[in-house]
Structures are given as C-alpha cells and as structure tokens.
Design a protein around this ligand. Structure first.
Ligand code: NAD
Ligand code: UD1
Length: 350
C-alpha cells in the first residue's frame, strides 16, 4: 500500500513535533505548515534528524493558516489522506487580554483550513480540542458525554470549533472527523532532543517547574492549597507527550479504517489524577533538584479536580497510555537538563 500523505498544521509546536516524529517513524509522508508564532524551526530540524532515513518524507512550509492562497498551493501539490490540525494560540491568560487575537487566529484559521480541505476533496480531520471544555466538572472522571462550557476565549474557540465540526459533518457525510480532548500533556521525547519550549513566562505547571530546576526562576508558586483534594492542591490528569502522540496515530488509523466514524470525540489522558504537590515530589525525585515553593491563593478560572474517563478511547481506538508520572518527570528533566534554554539561548529569552 502506498504511504499515506498527512498534513499537520502547527507541526513545529510541542505536541505537533512529537506527533510528526511518530508519523514519520510509522511510514507516513508528512507535510507540516506552521507560521512559527509560538515555535522554533530548530524543532523541525531535530525531528528530521531523529527520524533518520524517514526524515526525507517530511516537508515544511512556513505559512499562516489564514493565508488561503498559500494553503491552496500546498493542497494543489499533494493529495492528502488526512489533516491533523494543531495550529492555534493556547495561552488562557493572553486569550482573556486579547480575545480578538484568539478568535481571529483560531477560528478564522480553522474555517479557512476546512474550506480549503473541502475544495480539494480532503474531508478527514483530527482536531486538537482540550479538557478545558469540561470547565469545573461536577464529577470525575470526565466522560465525553459531559455538558461543556468555556471559562475564557481560548476555551470558547475549542467549543466553537467542535460545534463547527459537528455541523459540517451533519450536512455532508463525506466528512470524517475525530475531536481529541487532551488532558495535561507533559514530558518530552526520551532522546531529550525535542520538548516543550514556551515563549515568555510559562503558564503551565511542568514548564514552570522545569525552569525552576534549571535555575531560570527562583521558586514555583502553588496556586491554591485549600481544594477538597488529598493535599489541598489542584488535581489533573497528566499524560506523557509520547503517549499523546501515539493517541493521534490511533485516531488516524480509526479515521482511515472506519467508513462510518462521522464526527467522534475522544478523551486523551491516563484516567489518573495527580496533585500539584505529588507532581513536584515526582520531579524532585527524577531530577535530584529541590523545587522551592511559595504557597498562594487559587488561580482564577482553575478547576479543583479534572481527570479523564478513558473507557471510550480504550474501547474504540484500542489505545491506552503506557507511561506514569515518574517517566513523565524523567523525560521532562532529560530534555530540560540538555536544553536549559529550550531551542534558544539565554539572550533569546525573557
Ligand atoms: P504550541 O503552541 O506548541 O503549537 C501550536 C503551533 O501552531 C505553534 O507551532 C504555532 O506557531 C502554530 N500556529 C499558531 N497559529 C498559527 C497559524 N495561524 N498558522 C500557522 N501556524 C500557527 O501548542 P501545543 O501545546 O503543541 O498545542 C497544540 C494544540 O493542542 C493547540 O491547538 C492547543 O490549543 C491544543 N491543546 C494543547 C494543550 C497543552 O497543554 N499543550 C492542551 C489541550 C489542547
Ligand atoms: C491550563 C488552562 C487550560 C488549558 C491547559 C493546557 C487555566 C485556567 N487553564 O489548564 O485551559 O487547556 O492549561 O494548556 O489556565 N499550577 C500551579 N503553579 C503554576 C502553574 C500551575 O500551582 O505555576 C497548578 C494549577 O493551579 C493546576 C495545576 O498546577 O492545579 C495544573 O496547571 P496547568 O499546567 O496550568 O494546567 P490546567 O490548569 O489544567
């Protein structure tokens, strides 16, 4: 069988780069488009190196998704079997400050992509949604049937795009769409060559811990110590980035093999909840570094406990996460200690 052609939007970013590497290793031909607004081209060069001979099956175009003509050109050169759509802005706080930027980038980018896909007869899509759509869940584990809500413009873009996908599939049954709701991706490729490299001050827990461990920040602020959890700190479902990337391959197989998939949604997590303090302890063990803590009040918009029900993905995608928090912290530290300044240098950081 001829190798499948996959278009990956946002493929230079954190989740995209790890997924692109796995796609190449599994024999897919991959075209990446990314405008590099939140990523470094070095990541894609390292993916090519890690992929060895299969690296020849990758091409990269620096394109903004909203540039319809540039996108059309990419589709006119290659007939894609499917698109994995990661490209988007993702910082919750920034989305509150600059809602139009988020609506413009995430919604117009996605609508342009969907229109160009339809024009070129490519109607197979995997989309990056988020557990953020569960808001503060009334109960856990979160199942895919839970009611959805958005606490900020970022979350609202995910909700709207999910709805757009359901709507287009309802009126045109040729569309096959899988919406993946990620829980909390952490860790890095075990080589330590690629990993997460956020611009500016990290919003998320693990990149922040990592920057404390390498000496870039003096302490971690723990947001909230009075939650109704085992130690009072927030609980989340952390998933190793390698497992998350593997989940995309499982989704892609399902999309390609199941003619009646329609528009389906799956959680990608581990089904296990871990508190902030448990994560800090696991990281200290993996790194041998002490993480100084400052205990503070709750962060606005944060939920108490969020973790996934993994029953549907296990049953229908035949997929489950393999790694636990010790492996997540080991690989995060391996990446951090080899690349304390991410893909850049001390001068390129704020
Ligand atoms: P990331 O910022 O590392 O990667 C996103 C990539 O998209 C970046 O390389 C960026 O340059 C690119 N991009 C953004 N807007 C673009 C545009 N208009 N045109 C072309 N490229 C564009 O983020 P990530 O962590 O890899 O997340 C990937 C996707 O998964 C995002 O949609 C994000 O919302 C979603 N997600 C992430 C998390 C997480 O914790 N990382 C959780 C849930 C969902
Ligand atoms: C956050 C976003 C969510 C987004 C997800 C992935 C908010 C309110 N939610 O989720 O919409 O989908 O990131 O990008 O921003 N913590 C600290 N100190 C820190 C950072 C985090 O104590 O410096 C705590 C948080 O309070 C939380 C846990 O660590 O209890 C995980 O936080 P984080 O990594 O930001 O992920 P989420 O809150 O799940």
């Amino acid at each position: 069988m001829a190798a499948k052609n996959i278009l990956v939007t946002g493929g230079v970013g954190y989740i995209g780069s790890h997924t692109v590497l796995q796609l190449l290793q599994q024999g897919f031909r991959v075209v990446v488009i990314d405008n590099l607004i939140n990523s470094s081209e070095v990541a894609i060069q390292r993916v090519v190196e890690l992929a060895g001979d299969n690296g020849n099956n990758l091409s990269f175009h620096q394109i903004d998704l909203r540039d319809r003509e540039a996108l059309r050109k990419v589709f006119s050169f290659t007939k894609f079997d499917a698109v994995i759509h990661f490209a988007g802005l993702k910082a919750v706080g920034e989305s509150v400050q600059k809602p139009l930027l988020y609506y413009n980038n995430n919604l117009i980018g996605t609508i342009t992509l969907l229109e160009v896909m339809a024009d070129h007869g490519c109607k197979n899509l995997v989309f990056s949604s988020s557990a953020t759509v569960y808001g503060w869940p009334k109960q856990v584990p979160c199942t895919e049937e839970f009611s959805l809500s958005a606490a900020n413009p970022y979350g609202r873009t995910k909700l709207v795009i999910e709805d757009i996908c359901r709507d287009i599939q309802k009126t045109d049954s040729e569309w096959k769409i899988i919406l993946l709701r990620y829980f909390n991706p952490v860790g890095a490729h075990p080589s330590g060559f690629i990993g997460e490299d956020p611009r500016g001050i990290p919003n998320n827990l693990m990149p922040f811990i990592q920057q404390v461990a390498v000496g870039r920040r003096p302490f971690l602020t723990v947001f909230g110590t009075d939650y109704n959890t085992k130690d009072g700190t927030g609980v989340r479902d952390y998933i190793h980035i390698e497992d998350l990337a593997d989940g995309h391959i499982a989704a892609l197989q399902k999309l390609i093999e199941d003619p009646s998939i329609g528009c389906e949604v799956y959680n990608l997590g581990t089904g296990k909840g871990t508190s902030v303090l448990e994560m800090v302890t696991a990281f200290e063990k993996a790194s041998g570094k002490k993480i100084p803590l400052i205990m503070d009040g709750r962060r606005s918009g944060d939920a108490e406990i969020v973790y996934a029900s993994m029953k549907k993905a296990e049953r229908e995608l035949n997929w489950r996460a393999k790694f636990g928090i010790d492996e997540m912290c080991r690989d995060q530290w391996n990446w951090a200690s080899k690349n304390p300044w991410g893909y850049g240098s001390p001068d390129s950081q704020s």
